[in-house]
Write a protein that binds this ligand. Structure first.
Ligand code: NAP
Length: 453
């Protein structure tokens, strides 16, 4: 079957590729299986050398990767370059930290010796989304490779050339054949790969819908999985917040990557005494964003990645307005192929898609609340639990509120971001398991107890 990639800035077909045949999939899985033992037995220094070379290879291919991301999913040039740099830094980070993260951990018992040892599992299937088409992959690969695992990637169907370029970056870094393989397959074929006994675990970054399907398939095979799913992060603005900082954070968090970020602030929960001032300034700042060609440096708002995603976002906006939300800015599709302008909805309330669902595009929802207690209640009144931020002139107060959020990451006076040093992941329907930091590298390892009496 032929799959087409459409450039979201132009509407033109960018690339056509064929899905792999069963024989091609078999070859990728067989190569992964035969590569695993030697890769797992290499020393950490040796695997770390390959990871450092991968960082260097990423930096060499920075411009190619940027152009490919921009053409396939519409990422702004400067955002794409920053994404590649972040991947290279993550490779260096894990190369440097793995010895500490993977060292045996002595445990005091009545035995002569007892300790925890970390062992790789084998081949992990990674199912990845298009929104950070390079970062999401390296966020998983850097720790997986240092752990001694091998990986096969099923990338989103609209970023096939990003997947192939990642394979080239790794090959040029000297990664042994078979340690990484790309599978150009559809979701049905992916279900077959999950059933394959050579695949020992699965990681998904994607939507709740994909999570139910993939976690269901992995569960049926009793295979470990990590689920990094959607979010509807709260951005809580208390009455003592520094509005300059809060507004700048709101614009960056909601409209970066055309709003297509799992940890973007989506629900702006504002205490009513400052709601007018915050909202007016937020609208003024968002109105300055310039939607346009993502390859041009003057553009500050990228188009959405696909026209169908833009249309679905607009349906959610219209349904919210029909139930009483007030459009303050934007809220109508742009004339371009997949563009949606910076949009703000006020008076968002329970029962509206903007309250209940994830809006995966450049639309901010404002919810006005009486006080701190109501802000916490509304922030937690969601099926999601990925991240949340709190803005207050009193950092201790902000921290007190942040600790009450039912999320995987709570930030005070800063926007939620992924940082290789901090674990990343969600609660509730935002998923389970963690990536990054020490917690992430242990997800796909056998945490083995050794006891000598
Ligand atoms: P998506 O439609 O779920 O796709 C993600 C990946 O899953 C793609 O490779 C897709 O392949 C695949 N997929 C979808 N359904 C599948 C199924 N039934 N079986 C096997 N594979 C399946 O999500 P998206 O639209 O690309 O990404 C947006 C979502 O990801 C948002 O909800 C966002 O919040 C979430 N996200 C979460 C994180 C996080 O770290 N928590 C980070 C980024 C994004 P095809 O393209 O071939 O359908």
């Amino acid at each position: 079957m032929t799959v087409e990639t459409i450039n979201p800035a132009t509407g033109q077909v960018e690339y056509r590729h064929e899905l792999m045949t069963d024989a091609q999939v078999e070859a990728v899985l067989a190569a992964a299986q035969s590569a695993f033992p030697a890769w797992a037995q290499r020393t950490l220094e040796s695997r770390g050398g390959v990871l450092r070379a991968t960082g260097a290879s990423l930096r060499r291919h920075r411009e190619d990767l940027q152009r490919t991301m921009t053409a396939e999913m519409g990422k702004l040039r400067r955002e794409a370059l920053a994404e590649v740099d972040k991947c290279a830094d993550a490779c260096d980070y894990y190369a440097a930290q793995a010895a500490a993260y993977l060292a045996d951990q002595a445990i005091a018992t009545e035995g002569q010796r007892s300790y925890v040892r970390f062992e790789p599992l084998g081949c992990v299937l990674a199912v990845m989304p298009w929104n950070f088409p390079v970062w999401q992959v390296f966020r998983f690969l850097a720790p997986a490779f240092m752990a001694g695992n091998v990986a096969v990637l099923k990338h989103a169907s609209n970023v096939p050339r990003c997947a192939d370029l990642i394979a080239r970056v790794l090959e040029e870094a000297g990664l042994p054949e078979g340690v990484f393989g790309v599978l150009h397959i559809d979701n049905e074929q992916a279900a077959g790969v999950i059933r394959d006994p050579r695949v020992v675990a699965v990681t998904l970054t994607g939507s709740e819908r994909a999570g139910r399907s993939i976690a269901g398939n992995a569960g049926a095979q009793l295979k470990k999985c990590v689920m990094e799913l959607g979010g509807s992060d709260a951005f809580v603005v208390l009455e003592d917040a520094d509005l300059d900082k809060a507004v700048a954070g709101a614009v960056a968090s909601r409209f970066g990557n055309a709003g297509q970020t799992c940890i973007a602030a989506k629900r702006f929960i504002v205490v009513e005494t400052i709601a007018e001032a915050f909202t007016r300034r937020f609208v003024e700042a968002a109105a300055k964003l310039r939607l346009g060609d993502p390859a041009h440096d003057a553009t500050t708002l990228a188009p959405m990645a696909r026209q169908d995603l833009r249309d679905e976002l607009h349906r959610q906006v219209q349904a919210s307005i029909a139930k009483g939300a007030r459009p303050l800015l934007g809220c109508a599709p742009d004339a371009s192929y997949a563009g949606y302008p910076a949009s703000i909805l006020d008076a968002v309330a329970p029962g509206m898609p903007a309250y209940e669902e994830e809006l995966f595009g450049p639309v901010a929802s404002i919810l006005r609340v009486r006080d701190e207690a109501e802000a916490v209640r509304v922030a937690n009144d969601t099926t999601y639990g990925l991240g949340g931020s709190v803005w207050s002139g009193d950092a201790a107060r902000g921290e007190r509120v942040a600790r009450q959020l039912q999320v995987g990451a709570a930030f005070v006076n800063a926007i939620v971001r992924s940082d290789v040093r901090l674990p990343f992941g969600g609660t509730k329907r935002s998923g389970f398991g963690r990536e990054l930091a020490e917690h992430g590298i242990h997800e796909f390892m056998n945490i083995k107890s050794v006891y000598v009496a």
